[in-house]
Structure formats: structure tokens, C-alpha cells
Design a binder for this molecule. Sequence first.
Ligand code: ASP
Length: 324
Amino acid sequence: MKRRGFIKKSSLLGVSVGIPSSFALEINEPKVKLKKFPLVIATWDVKNATKKAWDLLESGSSSLDAVEQGCMIEEADVNNQSVGKGGLPDRDGNVTLDACIMNSNGDCGSVVYLKNITHAISVARKIMEETPHVMLAGVGAEKFAYSLGYKKEKLLTDKSRLDWLDWKKKSEYKPIINIENHDTIGMLAIDKNGDISGGCTTSGLAYKMSGRVGDSPIIGSGLFIDNEVGGAVATGLGEEVVKTVGSFLVVELMRNGYSPQKACEEAIRRIVSKKNSNYKDFQVGYIAINKIGESGSYSIHDGFSMTKYENNLNKTFKSNFYSD
Ligand code: ASP
């Protein structure tokens, strides 16, 4: 098919699939533009993580390697108290991690209620690549990680332990919902081949009930990738994301012609417009990218941000939001 014919056909279909080079045609804008990959975006201000991912993408690594190793930066950072080592514990004082990863073939791996191992995202990847399953939980997941050579680690830092003890005094052992307790890292990347992968890793809601699992390891809720369309990832109160299968919704909206920004906005609207929604009491944020490298982010409340590394620039942007 001649190039002009292809553009016309793509425009009619409203999609831009099948462009395997490092350049893609941006067909939804009046003037046809060229976009250059790679590109990586992540929830919140995580420039060290996006830098790691970008460096890998620039050197020709896959988007899967980039999101895994990008997420690992935050997992290892003990100052990030909502991911990996140093994460805030559940209300019984146990740090339990949830993570998932998805590649451009639509394969996925997920780990829930993982204790004693920092790099939940890598365990999720190994579940995807080395087992016939998608998800492993708790003791089974931990055993699997040890079988791969992971060492048992102490995830509860002194700081998180003291914060937990302090919380116990004030909160009388009740779980609280508070936007300061959210900081999951979700990351989406497009590599030089134009292939999309995503990862999401968290210690979950701080001081959650023992056994609680949020959206972050649930494929379709915390994360979804469709390499023909784009990807989306969520942060915030996981229960609300699960109820609306948020990331899948964002990707399906993009499939139906929404821009990443409009798709994130619509997914937030689904949450806040639910009958009896108490959205004033919780935060949810989405970020998304499409196949041609456009991105978007949106949240219920002020305070959410997205970090984007593209064209050699690593920047954090404040997201638009629905309400104060
Ligand atoms: N979504 C995560 C959860 O509910 C929390 C977060 O985003 O920080 O477990």
C-alpha cells in the first residue's frame, strides 16, 4: 500500500497501528507530524526511575526491560514509603508488596501479598516468563522468589516502623484513607521498535487490613497494555480503581478514538459519577500513552503528577484534576 493510501486508511479507522519503525505518524492532528520514540512516563515525581528507563530505551533495550528496571529504582529507595523496601506496613506491622508487569505481546505476570523481597516487579516478570501462571500470592510467591535465588530481606525500615507505631496511637488501629498514603509507581514505556510495556509496584495502602490487595497487581485495574492501542496505569485508592476496571477502561476508550488525556478524564468521571460516590475522601490518578506516543494524566484531586522522559528531557508535570 502506498504511504498516502495507508494514512487515509488509518485515519478512517482512527488508529495508527503497524508502524514498526522508530517513527510514527500522528494522524489525529490536522498536520501530519513525526514522533520519535523512545518515551517513558510514570506516576508521580520519579525522575530517577524514568531516567533509568530512558537510558535503557536509548541504548536499544526493550520497553519491558525499561519498565522493570525503572520500577526497581523506586522499590530500592527506602525514602519512598509506598513502594518496596521502606514501604509502610499493614496495620499489623507487616510490609506486603503487590506488583504486575505486562509486555507488548499481551503477556502478564503479577504478585500479591509478597513479603521479604524488595523487587516485586522482577518477581512478577519471572512469574510471567517462567511459570504457566499469571499471578502468585503470599507464601507461594515468596517460595518461588527464593527458588530463583532471591534472598530474604527486612523491608520494614526504622522510619516506617516508627511511623506505624505513631499511626497506631492516633488511629486506634483503624485503616485510614488518605491521599498522602499513595505513591505507587506505575510506568509505561515505548521502545525504539514502537512496542509498549508497563509495570506497577506498590506496598499498597498504608496501614491496610492484613491480607488486603489493591488494584496495582490486578491486570486491567492497576495496569493494562494493548500494543495496538496504548497503555494505562493507575494510582490511588485501589478499591475504586478495581470497581471500574480502570486501566482497561482507559485503553478501551483510546481504542475507540479517545486521546490518552480524554480517556483518563473519562475513567475518573466514571468513578466520581457513581451513585453515592464519596470521591471527596479519596484520590485516584491515571496516566496513559497511545501507540503514537501521545500521553495524558488526570486525577480526582489536586496533587497528582506525571513524569515524562522524551526527547532527552526528563520532566514532572502537575496533572489536571476533577475537584478539590
Ligand atoms: N493503588 C495502590 C493500592 O491501592 C496504592 C497507591 O496507589 O499508592 O494499593
